[in-house]
Design a protein around this ligand. Sequence first.
Ligand SMILES: O=C(O)C(=O)C[C@]1(C(=O)O)C=C[C@@H](O)C=C1
Length: 284
Amino acid sequence: MKRMGFLGPLGTHSEAAALYLREKLNEESELVPYSDIYSVMQAVAVGKLDSCLVPIENSLEGSVNITLDTLARSEALVVNRELIWGVHNHLMAKCSADEVKKIYSHSQPIAQCRDWLEANYPQAERIEAASTAQAARMVAESKAGEGAAAICTKRAGELYGLHVIAEEIQDNDTNCTRFYELCRQPSHVLPKGEQGRALVICDIDGSRAGSLLEVLQEFADRGINMTRIESRPRRTELGRYIFFFDLEVEGDNHDRLQESIGAVRKRSLWLHDLGEFPIMYALK
Ligand SMILES: O=C(O)C(=O)C[C@]1(C(=O)O)C=C[C@@H](O)C=C1
């Protein structure tokens, strides 16, 4: 049976998204929890897992840096699918609403609920955990009188014996996170004409005026729509960056897209082509 990893423990947003994907694709895979995103991606890269589902970007808080940085350094990984997942955060605890003094969660949901927290619990200490389900576990294990609560999924609260203090506390109804299903070999080819996305990561010589413009021009000249550009430190010295380009796959642009990637490769010190992949939406 195929094995797909995700950021655990049970009850995370990542697990919910992985359960959805497994059901939607009607696949018989085993879902395997990992304690951090780096390890789950490495496990795929070295062949311990067939795939993993990891968050890449949230609509309110932006990039998940560990995913970007690990992708840039793992030549073995490609994107098999993208899943855009509606993220619903709830405040859950063992104590009552007026006893809450400490709020545990993953850094992303703490940021996704920033306005709500400021309006409702401005004095509460915010404590970061490795995931929302890990936060729920920590709250379950906290002592009575500590006033601990977690921002997490309903399932995490139920699994670890917490009750709901407030529902749907994200700062925006359209809160959603893009996940990548990563693997070593894509399980399918995006059929011609189907809409999707492509991802390339490259290192360009930024010391020369206009070098980024020249790269962007390769996409523009061939009518390739770039839907996102992101830079991350190259991790060698201050002021050196690598670039991530999300590119639209649509209609008949496959050949033009491949041509533009080839042209950008020539202008780059290195370029990783992470493939063309379909996008699935689950925005309930
Ligand atoms: O902590 C979790 O529940 C996760 O699955 C991680 C994570 C993230 O890293 O962004 C995934 C999706 C949501 O944006 C919130 C948290």
